[in-house]
Design a protein around this ligand. Structure first.
Ligand SMILES: Nc1ncnc2c1ncn2[C@@H]1O[C@H](COP(=O)(O)OP(=O)(O)OP(=O)(O)O)[C@@H](O)[C@H]1O
Ligand SMILES: [Mg+2]
Length: 259
């Protein structure tokens, strides 16, 4: 971690209300550039809601989100994705009737062929760009150990492979910050090792991660900093050791067990 560098992501006084219920209730925290930061907390704490707000799918009721010096609080999801902030979903959302390769290819940014007139007016450019996207997709798929299932329908691969596919899809935009929502959930131990290895490798190349995860072994070994959310508020933030020893954190988790 770079210590004194300004945060790559800053969430300030974030509130997200659904009617009278505040799923996020005044949360503030920062993510250091180059870090792998954990976002943990009991079920229903507001973690996924916060991801949706950061990524522009479900904007905050009030508060602010700054990414890489840009105020992204009110930006649309695609504009945020273009700024190179990408997220994965707690329940993977591939297009089930498309192949793994096609799923990865459609995640590419700025495809000329998407503008239908280009297909007619600039066919050479569309073909060239499609070739580049295909090549990059092959690379990303190989990196994520999915080459063996590249031509399989995404709906038919295993749960763990779907998690790797989520990662492959976000890598197509070469993001500077990746939000992972429970990457380890439902993943078998062998694939989990692969996933952790890939996260470490991507991080070593300069991408920052913010990871929601209930697997504490993974969080404690992977993250340099942890933010703990409970009932929509940040109740602790710091190094894994400091957070693990924090009484408010223990109480929040024990409260969940007792409930
Ligand atoms: N669209 C919505 N409308 C109404 N309430 C919602 C909506 N989305 C989430 N909530 C509620 O907001 C609260 C926070 O949910 P959220 O999914 O963010 O929690 P979480 O911390 O991700 O939990 P988990 O660890 O179980 O995934 C929950 O009480 C949930 O029921
Ligand atoms: Mg969640």
């Amino acid at each position: 971690m770079t210590g004194t560098a300004p945060p790559i992501l800053e969430v300030s006084d974030a509130v997200k209300a659904f009617g009278a219920m505040r799923a996020v209730d005044g949360a503030s925290f920062a993510v250091a550039p180059g870090s792998i930061t954990g976002l943990i907390g009991p079920n229903g704490a507001g973690k996924t809601t916060l991801f949706g707000a950061i990524a522009g799918e479900n904007p905050l009721t009030s508060g602010r989100v700054t990414f890489d010096g840009h105020d992204i609080t009110r930006l649309d999801a695609y504009d945020i994705y273009r700024l190179k902030l990408a997220r994965t979903f707690q329940i993977p959302r591939p297009f089930p009737a498309m192949t793994v390769l096609e799923n990865v290819m459609v995640a590419a940014l700025d495809q000329a062929g998407e503008k239908f007139w280009n297909t007619w007016l600039r066919p050479g450019r569309v073909q060239r760009q499609e070739r580049q996207v295909r090549e990059r997709a092959h690379e990303v798929i190989a990196f994520c150990n999915l080459t063996g299932v590249e031509d399989n329908l995404a709906g038919a691969i295993s749960g763990g492979q779907k998690k790797l596919l989520e990662l492959a899809r976000v890598l197509m935009s070469e993001p500077r910050l990746i939000l992972l929502d429970e990457p380890a959930a439902g993943v078998n131990p062998a694939l989990l090792d692969t996933l952790v290895e890939k996260i470490v490798e991507i991080n070593a190349r300069g991408t920052t991660f913010l990871i929601i995860e209930h697997n504490m072994d993974m969080v404690m070994s992977l993250c340099q900093a942890i933010v703990v959310l409970a009932q929509g508020r940040v109740i602790a933030a710091g190094t894994p050791d400091a957070v693990a020893a924090d009484k408010a954190v223990l109480d929040a988790y024990l409260g969940e067990v007792a409930a």
